[in-house]
Design a protein around this ligand. Structure first.
Ligand code: KG4
Ligand code: ZN
Length: 359
């Protein structure tokens, strides 16, 4: 089965082909340079950029792979959650393609696609726990199967990636600063007592990072004069050692907070022995090391995508499309686009498997 994936939920326009579960190729246009001028994603600009690049990228993918439109078996597209105007560009493109070519359409939950992305590299085992840490979400799931995800916990305020980006921006690191903050941390020595591990005195699996953010901002204001390093700060070499140490302490506070909640989730599901780590923040070096050590200690397995598949991409959408498509899932052309904050409808339709080949 040749499955096309389309991603446009935030600031990355991307197309990919997954054939029989394997990534054939992917193309991606990042809008980071556009939005970094404003310190965050500007929704109106994001939609316009998606519109500018969608057809060009699709043509490029066809040319690179030598595939023709009539060879595609399923058009899968991120339908949400995300920025409505951005999602609409990808969904309208997918619907136009499906309508014009007669290829079945399938709307994909962007969050579920993140969680399934590791399956492109390794065989996932279900049921397992899932940790999705991105710019918009910090969620823990009981992943029953590729089509069944029970949410167990979420952030009550900022998402992990949002906190990384906000603190990075406070330090003069351009948006999205999580990656460079992580890199700086690798050259620093963490002080485990510098910052709090927030919202742990409870027995739930939710997160709240706002207290950590406030504590980190106060720490920066007290410890660093404004002219202590060049702003914007773009490379590790320009940063003084104290800044690298602070980044290491901040990184440690976020990662240890997440780690406590993940251990708690395993206590609630003692028969489960594997964890999927996903989302942009899953590229974080310390988080990857910490989760790997945790799973080793538990004698379980950690599934995580290679770093390039952690941030938004279309390969994960095409792969989720492939997994659901082989089960016969599809949507009609009236499929809704689902912005952030709106409940995802349970409206997937299924055709009888044997009729798929002749449909
Ligand atoms: O999943 P993603 O590409 O987009 C959303 O759906 O939100 O995640 C982007 C987020 C940004 O906040 C970015 O700073 C963060 O992932 N990020 C990182 C790292 N790489 C990306 N945060 C911490 N450490 C990293 N290495
Ligand atoms: Zn994402």
């Amino acid at each position: 089965m040749l499955c096309l994936g389309i991603e446009s939920s935030c600031d990355e326009t991307a197309f990919a082909f997954v054939e029989d579960g394997h990534l054939l190729d992917q193309v991606l246009a990042s809008q980071v340079p556009v939005h970094s001028l404003f310190g965050g994603v500007v929704p109106e600009l994001a939609s316009r950029e998606h519109y500018r690049y969608a057809s060009v990228l699709f043509d490029d993918l066809l040319a690179r792979t030598g595939k023709r439109i009539d060879e595609i078996d399923l058009v899968s597209v991120s339908r949400g959650p995300g920025l409505l105007g951005s999602l609409l560009v990808g969904v309208a493109f997918a619907k136009g393609l499906a309508l014009g070519s007669g290829i079945p359409l399938l709307g994909i939950n962007h969050l579920h696609a993140h969680l399934l992305a590791a399956g492109l590299d390794v065989d996932l085992r279900f049921p397992c726990l899932g940790l999705l840490v991105s710019g918009g979400h910090t969620n823990i799931y009981h992943v029953v199967s590729p089509s069944s995800f029970d949410p167990l916990g979420r952030t009550l305020d900022d998402a992990a990636g949002e906190v990384f980006d906000k603190i990075a921006s406070f330090l003069g690191i351009p948006y999205p600063g999580g990656k460079l903050l992580d890199e700086l941390a690798r050259y620093g020595h963490a002080d485990p007592d510098l910052l709090p591990r927030p919202y742990l005195h409870n027995d739930n699996l939710d997160f709240s990072f706002s207290g950590l953010k406030t504590a980190a901002v106060q720490c920066i204001e007290q410890a660093f004069p404004v002219d202590a390093w060049p702003r914007p700060l773009r490379k590790v070499d320009d940063a003084p050692q104290e800044l690298k140490d602070f980044c290491a302490s901040f990184n440690l506070a976020v990662v240890e907070t997440i780690s406590v909640k993940i251990q708690r989730a395993f206590e609630k599901f003692p028969s489960i022995d594997s964890l999927i780590l996903a989302g942009g923040v899953a590229a974080n070096t310390l988080l990857r090391e910490n989760m790997a050590a945790l799973m080793e200690m538990r004698g379980g397995t950690l599934f995580m995508p290679r770093s390039a598949l952690c941030t938004d991409n279309a390969a994960m959408v095409a792969y989720a499309g492939y997994l659901l498509g082989t089960e016969g899932a599809f949507h009609l052309l009236d499929m809704e686009t689902v912005p952030r904050g709106k409940k995802m409808p349970d409206d997937m339709l299924f055709r009888i498997k044997s009729s798929w080949a002749t449909a």
